[in-house]
Design a protein around this ligand. Sequence first.
Ligand code: ATP
Length: 843
Amino acid sequence: MRHMGGQMQQSNAATATALYENPGPTVSGGDAGDAVMARWLQSAGLQHLASPVASNTVDHRLLPNLLMQGYGAQSAEEKQRLFKLMRNLNFSGESGSEPYTPTAQNSGAFAASDGIYSPEFRGDFGAGLLDLHSMDDTELLSDHVISEPFETSPFMPAVSNAIESDFDMMANRLQKVQTDVDAPVVFYTNEKESSTRENNVAKIKVVVRKRPLNKKEIARKEDDIVTVCDDSSLTVHEPKLKVDLTAYIEKHEFCFDAVLDENVANDEVYRVTVEPIIPTIFQRTKATCFAYGQTGSGKTYTMKPLPLRAAEDLVRLLHQPVYRGQRFKLWLSFFEIYGGKLFDLLSDRKKLCMREDGRQQVCIVGLQEFEVSDVQLVMDYIERGNASRSTGSTGANEESSRSHAILQLVVKKHNEVKDSRRNNDGNESKGGKVVGKISFIDLAGSERGADTTDNDRQTRIEGAEINKSLLALKECIRALDNDQIHIPFRGSKLTEVLRDSFVGNSRTVMISCISPNAGSCEHTLNTLRYADRVKSLSKNGNPKKDQASSSPSIIKESSSAPSPSFGADTEDVYEKGQESKAVDTNRRDLRKETYNVSTDYDKPPSSFSSNTAFNAHEETGVTSSALEKERFDVRSSVISTGQKTYSTLYSQNSADTEEKVQKVSPPRRKVYRDEKLGIGSKRDAANSDLPTTTSYKQQITNNSNAASIGSFPGLKRDGASSDLQTTSHKQQISNNPNAVSSGSKQSELEPPDESINEILEEEEALIAAHRKEIQDTMEIVREEMELLAKVDQPGSHIDNYVTQLSFVLSRKAASLVGLQARLARFQHRLKEQEILSRKRVPR
Ligand SMILES: Nc1ncnc2c1ncn2[C@@H]1O[C@H](COP(=O)(O)OP(=O)(O)OP(=O)(O)O)[C@@H](O)[C@H]1O
């Protein structure tokens, strides 16, 4: 029975025969057991499997037979349902001979049974067929039926509709847990309901939000280069110049789970991003919602109202009959990660320590949590926390946020609540047991990673830390979505504190905020590529979208074409694979301009327009692993003419522009520091976006005419590098026939910041050593005091005193000398790093 992969295809009749021949242990009380069995199957929508089973007194232990032999359950969905049913029944492959009677205890109290979870079992069915990791333990947690009718969540209307239409038998049947605080706390046993809820909320969701042009951008007559095509795709029209100064536009198309244009109000953002997750918080979900993007792109504007709305909905849910009387409470905490250190934003920026307990639970020692029972309180805390946030003057934006702010809303189940303010000392603190939580993260400006060569040491170190955490975050999300066992959460403080959001039942929403102005084009592309990387490896990715554009496509077009029709007859060139983007080397470096993004707007966002209506229900589908393969292909496509915002600016250059240029870029390659700039030498593209501390990534085209100009004009850093700049340096050179490559100095564009990372570690070690030295000194001082006390006593032996004092003083001196040596080493490292970074700053 263990190797049934090939038998999946066998006919129902054959399988039924197998069932008859192998009746297995019978249910005690025959008919009653059959009826229960039939009900179970019916509850899973598999009633068509019930009759042969019932008529032959087959018990639940034969459910795996149904599953393995494909009896009746021909579709993947049916198999999954059957599997879930087995799991809900706590089925064990090694069932004993005891008669089985379904009880409250064995119908769901335990999530896993060896038979089901054994590697062999999983191996038999293959991850594609039965995605065990996607299943939610919380479905198994019901025990007692409560008499109250179920009130469907107002937050998931479609879910409740689906529930009503199917699964009559179990519809509106709600169970609640024991009142024991340690009991499981999630209640939905309705199979369909659980799975529908589960399915409708994707594990990872990537949403892009475009802000409107601001006053300054309008005053500068900047163009809106981002066209939101529909509710899931957008196009960036990148203005570029060839070496002969002819202008052209390069189009980049992206698809995401949702794309929100500049007219979309915050309410709608909430509806699309967080609202679907809210009910899952009561199902042990640890959710994370974060905003990513360059400074001034609208991260804070987007994130600020979300916790408020979420808290409002969570509080409302707490008062629903289903949760009333469960002693659930909502708690709020707000802290920031700044320069790799944690500070409590609701407690005078008190420095916090992060510890791991014996069960590898991450605890933030000293973090204040506040019970929030109404939204006004939440608003006050958010205001208070935001006022404490670290901002500073940087090369990017005077008001740029330089820290990651993390606001957490935690639903806890309490035994007894004495106090509305207490320390967060772990999941099972006296403050209650965590049921679920949602973390809102306003990330530091993504371009800050570029700030590793400018500014003072402190700013550089901050930039490196930000970079490291953005990279680590992406890696964790990708690992999460690929159901990897190892989640690299230790990559940064940010991912460490979010550790429990990366294990178990988690949901992640990433909101990529983009600025629409031409001056921000490079950063906008960086942001979209980061988002694309997060999503494109997602096996939950929308198959349609992945197919359309699993990675951004590039369409190069003639800028002579006017806006409404440009490119209509253009032959587009798509690239697949890892952001193999062709880049015109003669392009102006827009980065400096981007740093001057204005932050004011004349008009408030108008209400959500109908053409951007978003279907909040996720499509789940096949794995899109395009980026794992090093490949690119060329496809033709007709460019959409339905552009909404593309400006006509570029038409003015029509006289200067060239014909469309068909472009094929090779897969991205890595160029290592010691490797000479050259063409060819492909490396594994699958790894090319992974952090390497010493690598410089460059994409070099197969342009045979590429010529060295020995300097940097127009050399564009790879758009996706904003998240990698700390650890890798990538450049791309177009395969434009007219393109020129830069000279041999590319490796100096960015300093590797390995030294900064080391400095951060050494800094930590120095501070820890200093603490230790103080402790040792205090201990020694105590010993000295005792010595003095003894020597003062009548009849004391001075020899003893001298010997002991000598010993104590030697220890004292050794401790001090050790610390001094460490300090000197650290000072030396700082100087060294400073000299190196000065050398590397491009002049
Ligand atoms: N969708 C939008 N509609 C209207 N105004 C917006 C929108 N998005 C952002 N803004 C405005 O743009 C300015 C910059 O936004 P915000 O401060 O949120 O950027 P940010 O990405 O958080 O920047 P930083 O990383 O520097 O904190 C603010 O004045 C904000 O009000």
